[in-house]
Design a protein around this ligand. Structure first.
Ligand SMILES: Cc1cc2nc3c(=O)[nH]c(=O)nc-3n(C[C@H](O)[C@H](O)[C@H](O)COP(=O)(O)OP(=O)(O)OC[C@H]3O[C@@H](n4cnc5c(N)ncnc54)[C@H](O)[C@@H]3O)c2cc1C
Length: 575
């Protein structure tokens, strides 16, 4: 096989241009940790060398070990008997290999045995692991829950749990969903109660929980009796001991290696994370934002795997006396796949950058506060990066998971009938990718999360500045096309707002989010094109396609089918 890091030129391009200097300086406390931890970087160059080495290891394991076991993991799946979940053999071996390589505790601080790496690097790692085996990513990615513990739990809880995550001695589960609480987590019923001594316990049923058989569970539960909404929910951590019963595991379309459990808590001892009542509103929102970025990277990895298979097949397969790659219809599918992959990377690294910036600005704010210094400026920065992270995270999850689904769909199409057969990997990728626009919030919910920022015009100032910039040659032509998209977006937005109809806005939110998102990505691509002439081709295809889509969306919004809710009954009455 191959090293998924060193042999992927686009990942190399992104890695070489990623600017983490400010982020690492703050995360490394101005490179002052070397005395305590001999492996801590001495400066930025040292840190980058270290990052490259780590990603080379992830790329090697993913390409040369994980990918080789993926088909068998899919065939065997996880199994359930006598109340116990057993992973497929290959998945156990994968986890062991990642663990041996010291890759758990990716995001945690060194004092907890972690690698102290930023999210930006985690995104590279998740993409590569998922390209190897999408279901493995679910287990590897659940180390996310340790970051939530690090961010919000007491020092005692952190000291108890975090070193176990870093050493890989415990696995985790994120336990939110219930039969009546899916997209609407405010409806969670699992009950948290206290005994006379103030100890917490959990009672209730959860479903669709990835790795519900884990050693450590983060559980969303109702701590405030009599409440019905999100303000009565708190977040708890508990061990997956005998009081946690796995009732069954699901038989699924894809990611079969990753067990999806229905579980019941019977007076399970638990510890409160942070403050009561902030479980959903603050902590789960933060947890899900991290996990959403992880799922976007997972989708990207699966799509990359599908694209590679499709390109190889298109080169090798001959029909009508020539390679099918020579047919424009096939070549066009491949080009579209490649453009979607590269532009998705552009978006995801920009998102990860915003999340990393938010984290280090918050760290700076705490440091300044403790030193008794002014926090006026840094507070503004925190506000800025928080709003960017809140906008870009659902945008990435939405756009990338939908594109990845399309890529896997086309990968089967390029294989023709062969693609429908289990002997070929694209069939698995197609099944695996399908979950990425459903879990961690469906696409519809991502649109709801992003639309407020779009209506507010969160990146308007950045677009204004870009419109003022002097672009050269082809970039000027493309910048003009972006201006056209912006005009179309503004016209559509104004039309939607004039209707003063919430349902009408909801109906067209996805189109507005897509148009605004394409402007955001379009300008990033022009910057990339200034560094690498091949990227101009990617920018050109992306921006011209986005303009065509924007024209279509604008037509649909301003002249389209606007009586949905009056006609809906009539349309749906016949079978
Ligand atoms: C394989 C798998 C693994 C999972 N792993 C976990 C896990 O580890 N932890 C965990 O807690 N959960 C997990 N989940 C649950 C997952 O997050 C939910 O399935 C998902 O959030 C959707 O909830 P739901 O299935 O109840 O669908 P529903 O909420 O019932 O949604 C059904 C449909 O209605 C749409 N819809 C709902 N509300 C709105 C709205 N306001 N506007 C527009 N459309 C709307 C949805 O987009 C969807 O199309 C997992 C699920 C699966 C399938």
């Amino acid at each position: 096989m191959s090293n998924f890091f060193t042999e992927n030129q686009d990942i190399q391009f992104q890695f070489n241009r990623i600017d983490l200097e400010k982020i690492i300086k703050i995360r490394e406390h101005d490179y002052s940790e070397t005395a305590k931890y001999p492996f801590a970087p001495r400066n930025y160059e040292d840190a980058r060398d270290n990052f490259r080495r780590i990603l080379e290891v992830v790329g090697d394991i993913s390409g040369n070990f994980v990918a080789e076991r993926a088909r068998e993991v899919d065939e065997l799946g996880s199994t359930f008997a006598d109340g116990k979940v057993t992973y497929a053999k290959g998945l156990e071996e994968d986890m062991h290999r990642l663990n041996q390589a010291g890759l758990m505790g990716f995001l945690l601080e060194r004092k907890y045995g972690g690698l102290n790496l930023p999210i930006s690097l985690y995104v590279f790692a998740i993409e590569m692991v998922s390209r190897g085996d999408a279901s493995l990513m679910n287990l590897f990615g659940l180390q996310d829950i340790s970051e939530t513990i690090e961010n919000f739990a007491s020092d005692e809880i952190k000291a108890e749990y975090l070193p176990k995550f870093s050493s890989g001695t415990v696995s985790g589960a994120m336990v939110l969903t219930e039969p009546d609480a899916g997209s609407d987590l405010q409806a969670v019923k699992t009950r948290a109660y206290q005994d006379d001594a103030g100890n917490w316990y959990l009672n209730g049923v959860k479903r669709f929980i990835t790795n519900g058989n884990a050693d450590v569970c983060l559980v969303l539960a109702r701590s405030e009796e009599g409440t019905k909404d999100g303000r009565g929910l708190s977040l708890f951590v508990c061990y997956g001991d005998d009081t946690v019963q796995i009732r069954r595991i699901e038989h699924k379309l894809g990611i079969k290696g990753s067990p999806t459990c229905e579980m019941q808590f019977h007076d399970t001892p638990a510890q409160l994370i942070g403050s009561r009542k902030r479980g959903l509103i603050s902590y789960v929102m933060a947890l899900m934002n991290g996990a959403r970025l992880g799922v976007a990277a997972q989708a990207l990895g699966i799509a990359q795997a599908a694209y590679i298979e499709a390109r190889r097949y298109a080169q090798e397969r001959e029909q009508f006396g020539k390679s099918i790659l020579n047919f424009p219809a096939v070549a066009d599918m491949l080009v579209k796949m490649k453009v979607d992959l590269e532009t998705s990377r552009t978006l995801i690294y920009s998102t990860a950058h915003a999340v990393d910036m938010l984290k280090v600005c918050e760290m700076e704010q705490t440091r300044l506060k403790e030193a008794g210094e002014s926090i006026t400026d840094i507070r503004q920065e925190v506000k800025h990066w928080k709003s960017m992270a809140d906008f870009l995270t659902p945008l990435s999850k939405y756009i990338i998971s939908e594109k990845a689904n399309r890529i896997c769909y086309d990968a089967i199409q390029i294989h023709g009938g062969t693609g429908y057969m289990q002997e070929f990997n694209v069939e698995r990728h197609y099944r695996d990718v399908r979950i990425t626009n459903i879990y961690e919030g469906t696409s519809q919910l991502q649109v709801i999360a992003a639309i407020g920022s779009v209506i507010k015009g969160i990146s308007d100032k950045q677009f204004d500045a870009n419109e003022e910039r002097e672009w050269h040659h082809e970039a000027r032509l493309l910048a003009n096309k972006l201006k056209k998209i912006r005009n179309l977006f503004n016209k559509s937005k104004a039309y939607v707002l004039e209707q003063e109809d919430k349902a009408y806005q909801e109906l067209h939110s996805a189109e507005l989010v897509e148009m605004y998102g394409s402007l955001y990505v379009g300008y990033l691509l022009l910057d990339e094109a200034a560094e690498d002439s091949r990227k101009m081709l990617i920018a050109k295809k992306y921006i011209l396609d986005s303009l065509a889509t924007a024209l279509h969306h604008t037509e649909s919004i301003t002249k389209g089918f606007d009586t949905l809710f009056t006609d809906v009954e009539q349309i749906l009455t016949r079978e």
